[in-house]
Every structure is written in structure tokens, then in C-alpha cells.
Write a protein that binds this ligand. Structure first.
Ligand SMILES: C[S@@+](CC[C@H](N)C(=O)[O-])C[C@H]1O[C@@H](n2cnc3c(N)ncnc32)[C@H](O)[C@@H]1O
Length: 249
């Protein structure tokens, strides 16, 4: 197994592959003010195993396309959709988010939780705008500074990891500069990180090591995730995922 395959294996049995919660998915959806009973077309990009894709299906009458680069995650979503009898409204597409086969003006909503960083916020909001109808909504969560200043150590870490990290006001400005009208913003609660993402992750660490016979690669993945958790716990007052809701004008 390559390191990437091992990483997918580490995340594939989790309920979600990033921080978030059903309540926050619904909160973002409500902020659009869209008619949820309408015949909506929604793309959920970088959906992983689709915890939020299912919430969108349960809270709208829409046709939802969950997109991800890894079929292992999409298989999980397909199975969940079948179990919940939502498979007639939830379909999956194994494609990269920078090369999507969508038509111009195809969607009422483009959704993406904790995934746009893979191509970068600015590239993503520009590219995906074409697929949105005028008046359609972009709902994306993106790593965000939640205070105006912060300790040097965490600032340097994130600037190295993802230089596009910024404050909400600067992210909102990017939306405005790129043809969107901002409708709403909030950031994910610490429970969405700890209870919904990191605590379940911590519980998987030892079984993951056992499954992979304590290989060096598996140990490396575990150590990286332990460091990520420790860093979040130390600096959680300075960053989160900001949820941005904006209308295509
Ligand atoms: C942090 S996870 C978030 C997953 C999911 N949205 C959630 O919140 O549970 C990022 C997701 O982006 C997907 N991804 C990474 N690069 C991608 C790409 N180029 N195209 C599509 N999906 C990609 C990963 O497979 C993963 O499922």
C-alpha cells in the first residue's frame, strides 16, 4: 500500500473526514433562504463518505451529486444512501474537483465542506462559479483565522501548510471580488472538531496500527494525526473552519 492508500484507509471508516456537524450543515442551508421543496440540483464537492451529503438529501427535495477523488469514500456514501432509501436523489461522481464534467449554470447550490483547500479557495470559487446558475448559492467551509492576531507558532505552521488561510473579512472580500454576494458566515464550533472528528479519530488509532502490523508508514500517519490533534487543542481559539454562504450575481 502507498502512503496515500493508507491515508484513505485510515479515514474511510470514519463518519466524516473533516470537522463539521449536521446542525451546521442545516444552519448553512437555512442561511441561503432557498426553497428546500423546489426541484434543486446540488453538487457536493469533496464530499468524502458524505455525512453532510446525506443531511442535504434529508433536508431538501434536491438531486445531489457527491464528488470525490477517492472511490473508497464514495462507496460508503452510496451504501448509506441505499440504506436510507435516498439513492434515487444521491448520486456519486469519482472526479477531481479541478476537472469537473458539469455544464455552465447547471446547479442551484454548490456545496463543499472542508475540501476546497485541495485546489485553493480562490481557484475553487472562480472555477465552480461557472457551474452555478445566476442567483444560485455557494456554500463552502474553509480554514479561517477567527481572531485578528495569533501566536507566532500557529501562524507559521498554517502559513507553511496552507498559505491561503486568512480572516473571514478577507475571505469574504475574495468572494465579492469574484462575482458573489456574501449572504452569511459563521465558524464551526469546537464540538464539531473534537466530538465529531478528533475523538472518533483517536479511538481508531490503535486498531489502525494493529490492522497494518505497526508498519512504519502506519506509525507515521498516526503520529501526524496526533500532532494535528494536539495543535488544534492548543490553538483552537485562533482557527476554525469558516462556513461561507454566497450568492452568484
Ligand atoms: C478534509 S476531507 C472532507 C471530506 C468531507 N467533505 C467531510 O467534511 O467529511 C477532504 C475531501 O476532499 C477530497 N479530495 C481531495 N482532493 C480532491 C480532488 N482533487 N477532487 C475531489 N476531491 C478531493 C478527499 O478525498 C476528502 O474526501
Amino acid at each position: 500500500m502507498t502512503e496515500l492508500e493508507l491515508l484513505v484507509d485510515f479515514h474511510k471508516d470514519a463518519e466524516r473526514q473533516g470537522p463539521g456537524s449536521s446542525n451546521e450543515t442545516i444552519k448553512a442551508l437555512n442561511l441561503t433562504g432557498i426553497d428546500k421543496n423546489a426541484d434543486l440540483k446540488i453538487a457536493d464537492i469533496g464530499c468524502g463518505s458524505g455525512a453532510h451529503t446525506i443531511v442535504l438529501a434529508q433536508n431538501t427535495n434536491g438531486q445531489i451529486t457527491g464528488v470525490d477523488l477517492f472511490p473508497e469514500f464514495l462507496d460508503k456514501l452510496d451504501n448509506k444512501a441505499k440504506e436510507l432509501r435516498l439513492h434515487n436523489r444521491v448520486i456519486t461522481l469519482n472526479k477531481s474537483m479541478d476537472d469537473l464534467p458539469f455544464d455552465n449554470d447547471e446547479f442551484d447550490i454548490i456545496w463543499s465542506e472542508g475540501a476546497i483547500y485541495n485546489i485553493g479557495f480562490e481557484v475553487g470559487i472562480k472555477k465552480w462559479k461557472d457551474y452555478l446558475k445566476t442567483g444560485g448559492y455557494l456554500c463552502v467551509s474553509e480554514i479561517t483565522w477567527i481572531t485578528n492576531s495569533r501566536p507566532k507558532e500557529i501562524e507559521e505552521f498554517w502559513n507553511e501548510e496552507y498559505p491561503e488561510i486568512d480572516t473571514a473579512s478577507n475571505k469574504i472580500k475574495k468572494l465579492e471580488e469574484n462575482g458573489y454576494s456574501p449572504i452569511g458566515y459563521f465558524y464551526l464550533t469546537q464540538n464539531s472538531w473534537i466530538d465529531n472528528y478528533y475523538t472518533p479519530m483517536e479511538k481508531r488509532l490503535s486498531s489502525f496500527l494493529e490492522k497494518h502490523n505497526n508498519s512504519d508508514m502506519a506509525k507515521n500517519i498516526v503520529e501526524l494525526h496526533k500532532k494535528e490533534i494536539a495543535s488544534y487543542k492548543k490553538y483552537k481559539d485562533y482557527y476554525s473552519y469558516g462556513f461561507y454562504i454566497a450568492k452568484k450575481i
